[in-house]
Design a protein around this ligand. Sequence first.
Ligand code: C2E
Ligand code: MG
Ligand code: MG
Ligand code: MG
Length: 281
Amino acid sequence: RAKAHQRSGHAYFTRDMGVEIRERVRMMHALRGAFESERLFLVYQPQVDMRTKQAVGAEALLRWKTEEGKFVPPDQFIPIAEYSGLIVDIGEWVLRSACFELVHLRSLGHTNFQMAINVSQAQFSHPLFMQTLHRALQDTQAPPGCIELEITESMAMKDPELLIKTLHQIKQLGIRISIDDFGTGFSSLSHLQKLNVDKLKIDRAFVNEIDSATGNGSIAKMVVQLGQSLEMAIIAEGVETQTQTDTLLSFGCHLAQGYLYAKPMTRNDLYPWLENQKNKV
Ligand code: C2E
Ligand code: MG
Ligand code: MG
Ligand code: MG
């Protein structure tokens, strides 16, 4: 029978899929369990002005630590959260937690701190999303002007009408929008203009190209120019080297998020990091 499986491409494929689906279902249950028993938590990666090295804000990033103490990477569990619909509840928790953190940071004197929060397609297109957002602002008293929601380019392509409408409502609240991983999603330029977003995040791959053997940063440069001509702010993701910093600054991109400046850290590590950074001026 094993031979028959191997010979027949179809049977082989089906068997493989069974394994994959079972694994996905297993992970989905584990993820739900982790969420319910509060084993998900947020870390914060500072975003800095490369000219002054001062933090302007941070991006909230979700982490999952299993009971065995292992970390499951978000690139593995976020797709499962999206696929299963769990992302709606998890995403609401992320939103509220990040808002609470923002308020706490402000109470410690970081009054211009900006909090960037990732939002998935499934959350965004959920009929109660605006209500969830309103409630999070109300309950936490977080200032909308210090919140930025990160969406992806692919979201811009799925249902443009709904997206434009929702973005408009979000912006009326005073919350800003940025496009994450920009340059990887192939959205059209005319589309981009219609969306009227505030910021582009240059994808890490294009930042990497700046000092790699194969590239010279021409795409990063183009994204900066595009942002400038559409009057959007620009931030570079995944900045790891001084050469990348120098080159991005020469392109006119001043904001960065990357290991060169700081890795994502827990709230307990963020406060001392910010204090330490302030003292460096
Ligand atoms: P993202 O939103 O594009 O987040 C940036 C990712 O790049 C983070 O990975 C961050 O740790 C990583 N990164 C930042 N600087 C560097 C660097 O210098 N070098 C390298 N190699 N990596 C860097 P992370 O935390 O693993 O998150 C992966 C993705 O998972 C995120 O990509 C985002 O799409 C998704 N994600 C994370 N948290 C959430 C969440 O709360 N909600 C949703 N919907 N998605 C989330
Ligand atoms: Mg992001
Ligand atoms: Mg990104
Ligand atoms: Mg990403």
